[in-house]
Design a protein around this ligand. Structure first.
Ligand code: FES
Length: 203
């Protein structure tokens, strides 16, 4: 019995080592693989115009959304609470600080970027504190410019285009100031591909 137990334990140690080694290989090649192609593909969803709903169920409005503030929004939303928790559906809705144009009473004051970090897919978020005012990933400290979505430091900034710029969603506002997501094209030269990146338009 004891011997069988030892064998089981040796096997599980071997399996564990194999797993560790597979994980190591995957990480080593991570910067060179177009991971975005393997992410769950939002093209399978119906990508229509959708209201910008912030946590708590409120429809975001230009007249009430605070300056230099961010909320997590879900797009495309399915209405299924499990599916809607998938990382590729999570976006940061950011109202820029005043000095970056955030007090404009139109959609130019806002940005919406995929929360999936372009390095190894942790979820980053916007830090509004004085001296920061940027996106930052908790895993390896990549930072993102809130105006363009471009990685400015850390490992994501070392990746070649388009894997150094976050995918984005575009917004429009109705006559009452309510924000809406316009139907995106998840392609690198349009809204980008979640987990892979986006080409910035030529200046
Ligand atoms: S996963 Fe974000 S910096 Fe590594």
């Amino acid at each position: 019995m004891l011997e069988q137990g030892s064998n089981r334990s040796a096997l599980s140690r071997r399996d564990f080592l194999k797993l560790m080694s597979a994980g190591g290989i995957a990480l080593a090649f991570a910067p060179f693989v177009q991971w975005g192609k393997y992410m769950p593909n939002p093209k399978g969803d119906i990508l229509g115009k959708a209201p910008v709903i912030i946590p708590g169920g409120t429809h975001a409005n230009i007249h009430t959304f605070p300056l230099n503030h961010a909320e997590v929004i879900t797009y495309p939303s399915t209405g299924d609470i499990v599916l809607d928790e998938e990382a590729f559906r999570k976006w940061q809705l950011i109202r820029l600080p005043e000095e970056f144009g955030g007090s404009a009473k139109d959609v130019s004051a806002f940005r919406v970027y995929s929360m999936v970090c372009l390095h190894l897919w942790c979820l980053w978020k916007y830090w509004p504190q004085e001296g920061q005012k940027k996106g930052q990933c908790p895993c390896h400290a990549s930072t993102y410019d809130p105006i363009t979505g471009r990685a400015t430091s850390g490992p994501a900034a070392l990746q070649a285009a388009p894997s150094n710029v976050l995918p984005r969603l575009d917004l429009e506002a109705d006559a009452d100031g309510y924000l809406w997501i316009t139907p995106p094209k998840f392609e690198t030269r349009a809204n980008g591909i979640v987990g892979y990146g986006r080409f910035l338009p030529a200046a």
